[in-house]
Ligand binder design. Structure first.
Ligand SMILES: Cc1ncc(COP(=O)(O)O)c(C=O)c1O
Length: 410
């Protein structure tokens, strides 16, 4: 479905949050997206009519729950062109990266002791690695961010060496909206180091850009269901099957074993060995409805609409001379950070709240990036779009910003 202002307005009606909060302008989908009626109904329906644990009971209800859960794994796999045995369900993207930080050392050659990230990572793709390098006596390195808010690829070429064990980076920056050249970075990495492990943090990209893990040739990809119209509580870890098979489990207990004696245990096959204990069953099942909804619209259409909204908002915001926008010139993914000169971003966000406009303010879990870019107050206001946003949302935002700016700067 081609997205434009008329179709976006129609889609908005599928999201009960807007009916229940008349006049709401939601510009914080990078934090979490809203859920369409079909996703809410899937959650409700499962609990009311189909609730049972999975992979255990032999009664009809339990078998149906297991079937639906595994069907969702297949939908996720198809969504990114993977095999269903390559999909592990976690709690969120953060948990998936923590899993790596405890398990990847065992499959990486001993002499490789560097982990390469970028200066624009979300804390989720930084703090777990900081802990890993302390535990494993390794070293962290960072690809530089340039003044134009893109990655310095020359710096990447220099920092990927035969000592690099892991290269892990965001596909899309959650602060700047920059789309990083994933394919190119992975190609460079493989040319310079055949054993390097590559991880793509897709938390801000899978919902906006069509991803084919085979084409990207990444070893791993992580993302969160709640940023792509699904419920909270589901994260996805994609991994190449041969790598998942070599990796040790992260959590231990029921559901992830083949055989247990009093002294020891054997692990179940991939992906089950990574899914210990009762899973977020209803959330996983409802996620497949979110995927259907997104696929119905089409990721190319979503991306195009976000680009249109981005161009429109930047043009309108530039009418305010006191505004500073932190955004790359090249194509981006519907996330724009800005500040009003002399005004704290928290003040802007709470004043916007009086106009029923939701934006995020602060460091956006990217404190090192704020420091690197020398952003005043260590934070920005961030707007982020999704399929239900319209030109009218932007007009209301910019009018409100003009009024706020007058209060502080005139
Ligand atoms: C780029 C990026 N990576 C990782 C995460 C972490 O996602 P979650 O909190 O769902 O684990 C986020 C969340 O905003 C993000 O923007």
């Amino acid at each position: 479905m081609k997205l434009n202002n008329t179709t976006a307005k129609k889609l908005k009606r599928d999201f009960p949050i807007f009916k229940n909060n008349p006049g709401l302008i939601y510009l914080d989908s990078a934090a979490t997206s809203q859920r369409p009626e079909i996703v809410i109904r899937a959650v409700d329906n499962f609990i009311r009519k189909e609730n049972a644990n999975i992979s255990r009971g032999v009664y009809t209800l339990a078998e149906k729950a297991t079937e639906d859960y595994e069907q969702s794994r297949k939908s996720v796999a198809k969504f990114i062109n993977a095999h269903h045995e390559e999909i592990v369900f976690t709690k969120n993207a953060t948990e998936a990266i923590n899993l790596f930080s405890y398990t990847l050392k065992s499959i990486s050659p001993r002499e490789k002791n560097e982990i390469l990230l970028t200066e624009m990572e979300h804390h989720s793709n930084l703090v777990p690695w900081q802990q890993m390098v302390k535990r494993e006596n390794m070293e962290l390195k960072f690809i530089k961010v340039k003044g134009d808010f893109t990655l310095d690829l020359e710096d990447a070429k220099n920092k990927i060496t035969d000592k690099t064990a892991i290269l892990s980076f965001a596909h899309v920056s959650n602060v700047l909206g920059t789309i990083n050249p994933v394919k190119e970075l992975i190609k460079i990495a493989r040319q310079k180091n055949k054993e390097i492990i590559t991880i793509v943090d897709g938390a801000q990209s899978v919902q906006n850009i069509k991803i084919d893990v085979k084409k990207l040739d990444c070893d791993f990809l992580v993302f969160s269901g709640h940023k792509m119209l699904g419920p909270t509580g589901v994260g996805i870890l994609y991994g190449k099957k041969e790598l998942l098979e070599k990796m040790k489990p992260f959590n231990f207990g029921g559901g992830m074993i083949k055989k247990v004696t009093l002294k020891d245990a054997e692990w179940a096959n991939t992906p089950y060995k990574f899914e210990a204990g009762t899973q977020n069953i209803v959330e996983v099942i409802a996620l497949s409805e979110a995927i259907k909804y997104i696929e119905n619209i089409g990721l190319e259409n979503i991306h195009e609409w976000e680009e249109e909204l981005t161009d429109y908002v930047i043009k309108k915001m530039r009418e305010i001379p006191e505004i500073e926008i932190y955004h790359p010139k090249e194509k981006s993914a519907g996330i724009i950070s800005f500040n009003l000169s002399g005004v704290h971003p928290h003040d802007i966000a709470s004043l916007l709240n009086d106009y029923k406009i939701c934006v995020r303010a602060g460091h956006h879990c990217a404190m090192p990036l704020m420091e690197k870019l020398k952003i005043p107050h260590g934070g920005t206001c961030r707007i982020s779009f999704y399929i239900y946003n319209t030109f009218e949302d932007i007009d209301r935002l910019v009018e409100a910003l003009k009024e706020i700016n007058k209060k502080f700067n005139k």
